[in-house]
Design a protein around this ligand. Structure first.
Ligand SMILES: [Zn+2]
Length: 219
């Protein structure tokens, strides 16, 4: 936190941060050795995210103090090494990639896009698409509301999410397709279920979900 522009540039050019906790490391190794992130029981997560369209959920890591630093870093700057690491981990968890027609991501609001310059979930989704040989589909979903989910309690998250997402201008291509929906962190599942509802309303045949980490349930 509080890194200056120079330090960020150096870390971009010469990435020497732990892939999970983002602590500076002495050489270009992936892990600092002092942090770790546990696995997630994807079957239990699938039971929690009950929607008839959801075919599979692929989440490699449990959300914790260490990996939260990685997600924060992904929101702030693009790090190819970090993106590759989480993309590989998510791809390994996805058992039924065959038959998926296209990948898209949970959209962020226009205001957030202007503020951050990019959507880190889109970076993750595009990399995952390349890794799996699945085309990235743009313009399927739009985030219209700008109330941050993290400031709301569980019940309000579902209400807010349901109102915040709608179909984009290319939604007509969703009909009959199996869509892979990419997210960064799954907490209550409100966001995923809201977007899943949008895809269902456009006639999607199935939805698979990939994310970097989830708060619950752990394996
Ligand atoms: Zn670390």
């Amino acid at each position: 936190m509080g890194d200056g522009i120079f330090e960020r540039l150096v870390s971009l050019l010469y990435p020497r941060r732990c892939i999970i906790c983002q602590k500076l490391v002495e050489s270009d190794i992936l892990h600092c050795g002092g942090c770790q992130c546990g696995p997630v029981d994807n079957n239990r997560l699938l039971e929690k995210l009950t929607h008839p369209l959801i075919a599979e959920i692929a989440v490699p890591f449990a959300y914790g103090k260490d990996i939260s630093q990685a997600v924060l870093a992904m929101k702030q700057y693009r790090d190819r090494r970090m993106t590759d690491y989480y993309t590989d981990a998510a791809a390994e968890k996805l058992r039924k990639a065959y038959g998926i027609d296209g990948i898209t991501c949970i959209p962020i609001s226009r205001q957030a896009l202007i503020r951050r310059g990019f959507n880190h979930s889109e970076v993750f989704a595009r990399a995952l698409g390349i890794k799996l040989g699945i085309p990235y589909l743009d313009g399927l979903l739009i985030r219209s509301g700008n109330i941050r989910q993290r400031n709301l309690d569980r019940g309000d998250r579902f209400v807010n999410a349901a109102a915040a997402y709608r179909l984009g201008k290319r939604a007509d291509i969703i009909k009959g397709k199996h869509i892979l929906l990419a997210d960064d962190v799954i907490t209550t599942g409100a966001t995923v279920l809201a977007c899943c509802g949008c895809l269902a309303s456009a006639g999607a045949a199935a939805v698979s979900v990939a994310a970097i980490c989830s708060t619950t349930p752990n394996a």
